[in-house]
Write a protein that binds this ligand. Structure first.
Ligand code: ARG
Length: 565
């Protein structure tokens, strides 16, 4: 782990220097720091107005006092201009140190220790016997990126697929299968057929309420471990999981645990007993609940027939994770709409006396819409994930065929580009935002897309192949402003990784990759990189380090970076 890397964060440096001089907290200083209006005035400016009120002096005088006190080798000048203290970075030095750092650390550039310990991440968690939804896709790719980012800053992520493989719906499904299903169909296309039985059950149950009683009885048998029911359930589960795994393989996502809801079947009673012992269970309309306060809905623990609920299983799972992993944080990457559920879960745990509930974080995300409309499995308005991924790969294939028909291993590249495009598109906006899904838009090689970043990296790789030169760290001096813009961006990477980790926000990395790509492409358009002069080595080092950082940024998003495309 490389802790020194934070020293390249120049803004932080400015904050620290100001903080030594004035009586303001660092967070406040951080917010006050501006970019000077005129580039020639330096790279950062601290306005002294805020202090004038406290010190009852005029701001220009304060600025001058501060500037006189500070001396730091990372800046070529620190000067008071009117009420501002201006800081100018030593450009040549920044370029030199940054290129050096990236070349030395390679893919480990940006590794740091923000913390350590286990962090279970509840992610993906689709429901067995139903098609995986776009929501589950979001949870999968957001969770995967958070896992990689936390790992880079020192934590040990544990990716848990908390499968929805339990609950009264399995009683319905088994009844429906026995009435209208057959083995062949399930074997051929498990998810669609099981889903079809399930939908049919609901239609029929409206006409014939006896079906619901039968479903309840069947679920009871399943809970009690009745051999026949357990066998069918196990079969449905295995078949569904096999299909989900196909999608996970396409996405390049792996899990450390598939302990889903059913795993907690025999672990709920102790939780219920404990709630009773601690006098937290109350009866409400026949059900057992934990009351959480005046204006809040109570948490439902047991239905009136004594059967458990989603909450009961989540409580058991949270406690199990604490015991099993002794986590420092426990994350749940689940849609916005389950916010209240996780709030309740945390409150119940707190009432039980578990302060570690404060380390549980719901990581919510927004909906994917299509043509502005919400997608809903129940209304048949589904997007089939395999199909989306397949379509994206086909589109990427077409693009490659037009742009680079002689490319080697086209299939692999088309896969990386198509799937990468879908993942990148999902991660580039603030995760809480809803967004609309438009495939053509997603796979474009231009604009704010994954393929654009991949293409920029491939361009950098192609320059390096053409140059066929072994970069050395001896001469890394570059003086032009375009190079500075790229290097400055590279220097920001460790801080960007830290921020993405702290906020559990992959979009910070995605936006960074886009902005680095833009700066690099501007450099490429304006500078003759391959000219044989004494800055050739430094220019190629800039190209190489850009590729290293782009590749690493994409990796943190779960996207591959082909060397050629
Ligand atoms: N299977 C649930 C659903 O599709 C998501 C589970 C989220 N994780 C949890 N621990 N509750 O809505």
């Amino acid at each position: 782990m490389h802790e020194r890397i934070k020293s390249m964060d120049f803004k932080q440096k400015v904050v620290d220097l100001i903080n030594e001089q004035v009586d303001l907290p660092k967070e406040k200083i951080n917010l006050l720091i501006e970019r000077p209006k005129n580039e020639k005035m330096g790279d950062y400016a601290f306005p002294a107005f805020a202090l004038a009120k406290i010190e009852h002096k005029n701001p220009a005088e304060i600025a001058k006092n501060i500037a006189d006190q500070i001396n730091d080798e990372n800046f070529t000048s620190i000067q008071a201009v009117g009420p501002y203290v201006n800081f100018a970075i030593d450009h040549a030095k920044l370029i030199n140190t940054t290129l050096n750092d990236v070349l030395k650390d390679g893919e480990h550039y940006g590794d740091q220790t923000l913390g350590d310990g286990n962090v279970p991440i509840d992610m993906s968690s689709p429901n067995i016997a139903k098609p995986m939804s776009m929501g589950h896709l979001r949870s999968t790719v957001i969770g995967n990126s958070i896992a990689k980012t936390l790992e880079k800053v020192g934590y040990t992520p544990i990716k848990i697929n908390y499968l929805g493989d339990y609950g009264t719906q399995f009683g319905k499904l088994i009844v429906a299968y026995r009435l209208w299903g057959n083995e062949e169909d399930v074997k051929k296309d498990p998810i669609n057929n099981l889903f079809h039985y399930y939908v049919k059950f609901h239609e029929e149950a409206e006409k014939n309420p006896k079906l619901d009683d039968e479903a309840r009885a069947t679920f009871k048998k399943l809970e009690e471990g009745n051999e026949e029911e357990v066998k069918i359930w196990q079969w449905f589960r295995d078949a569904s999981l096999k299909e989900f795994n196909r999608i996970y393989k396409e996405l390049g996502v792996e899990f450390d645990s598939y302990n889903g809801e059913a795993f907690f079947n025999d672990k709920m009673q102790p939780v219920v007993d404990e709630l009773k012992e601690k006098n937290l269970l109350e009866e409400s309309q026949g059900a057992q609940v934990v009351n959480l306060g005046e204006d809040e809905n109570p948490a439902l623990i047991l239905k009136s027939d004594g059967s458990s609920l989603y909450m009961t299983r989540d409580l058991a799972a949270a406690m199990y994770r604490k015991n099993e992993y002794d986590f420092v944080m426990s994350l749940y990457v689940v849609g916005n709409e389950q916010g209240e559920h996780f709030e309740q879960m945390k409150k119940v745990l707190k009432k039980m006396g578990y302060d570690w509930a404060d380390n549980i974080h719901h990581i919510p995300f927004g909906l994917i819409t299509q043509g502005g409309k919400k997608l809903s499995t129940r209304k048949g308005n589904v997007v089939f994930l395999d199909q989306v991924l397949q379509d994206a790969v086909n589109l990427a294939h077409k693009q490659i065929e037009e742009k680079n028909p002689d490319l080697q291993n086209k299939d692999q590249v088309a896969h990386d580009v198509g799937v990468g495009a879908v993942i990148f598109h999902d991660l580039k906006n603030d995760r809480r935002d809803n967004f609309d899904f438009d495939l053509e838009e997603v796979v474009r090689f231009e604009g704010d897309t994954g393929p654009y970043v991949q293409y920029t990296n491939a361009r950098a790789q192609s320059i390096l192949r053409k140059a066929n030169h072994e970069t050395t760290v001896d001469n890394l001096t570059l003086t032009d402003n375009q190079a500075f813009a790229v290097a400055k961006q590279l220097a920001d990477f460790p801080a960007v990784v830290a921020k993405a980790a702290e906020k559990f926000e992959p979009s910070i990395i995605a936006k960074y990759a886009l902005s680095l790509s833009k700066k690099f492409n501007k450099y490429y358009a304006n500078v003759r990189i391959l000219d044989e002069d004494d800055q050739l080595n430094a220019r190629l080092a800039l190209v190489q380090t850009t590729s290293i950082v782009l590749t690493e940024a994409l990796r943190l998003l779960g996207v591959n970076a082909p060397k050629e495309m």
